[in-house]
Design a protein around this ligand. Sequence first.
Ligand code: VTB
Ligand code: MG
Ligand code: MG
Length: 312
Amino acid sequence: MNIAFDLMKVTEAAAIEAAKWVGTGRKKAGDGAAVAAMRQAFSTIDLSGRVVIGEGEKDEAPMLYTGEEVGNGRGLAVDIAVDPVEGTNLMALGRPNAIAVLGAAPRGSMYDPGPSFYMKKLVVPKEAAQVVDIDAPVEDNLDNTAKALGKDVRDLVIFVLDKPRHVELIQRIRAKGARVQLHTDGDVAGSLMAVTPGSGVDMMLGTGGTPEGVISACAVVALGGAIFGRLDPKTEEERNTVINYGTDIDKLLTTTDLVDSEKACFVATGISGGTFLAGVENDASGIITHSMVLDGGSGHLCMVRSVHTNTM
Ligand code: VTB
Ligand code: MG
Ligand code: MG
């Protein structure tokens, strides 16, 4: 969809505001500033967007809530998934890889996560898409992915969130001889790295946010890798709410289940900087942002350095 570059203005606006809060320890304030900037930027573009993944249900969060219409109402009808600050802890603690992200796809094509918080995920580049199985032992997936990528298992780098729930997973990956790249937060960045050639990451594994899984799927569609997911409720309460919502909790979710359109697009702008996307910088020419713009429709992947000569 050729709205990808318009949508970049939205993540840029969120990143510029969020960057003001990097290292301040104030994740709510930074998140709020990014949400407001994102919403304002949406209103300036030709789009009939409907938020499928937002910052909270109506009444709980005043802006970018699920169901909210965004854009000026004059453009393409799309589903929108946003995370104005993906990695609010990363931002607040001054750690790398906090990013402002957004996915868009033709209206009706995005999976509705409803009240589901947690999803087990496996993300691989396209060469390994056919040889992995999220339900198989991790050792088999490592073997098969190494073969598909033409690498030794010991050269595989697996992105895993550093959470107590992943202790056994990490131990098994290491016992098999592969390397684990541990990150405290930010599995959208991890999923992106897994499908981006040359990022230094070959696979993303483990349980993270369900909304983040759908957002990541937009990028995976555009880049041509694969994401597999299984809802992984962490409490009985979450499990019951998800079932009551009508969700098939046992379904294996493939890339197309998460986003059923080859035209999905995805945009990310760096907030705190990092190995993957540089953060917001200031110099004499203005504010500088770094974004990744993926357009599934045209197959374009653009890395964009923008100079914002007048502050927004
Ligand atoms: C997940 C992951 C995100 O937060 O939602 C995680 O998808 C939350 O996990 O990328 P815990 O509740 O166990 O902390 C992120 O890492 C950052 O938003
Ligand atoms: Mg968020
Ligand atoms: Mg997030």
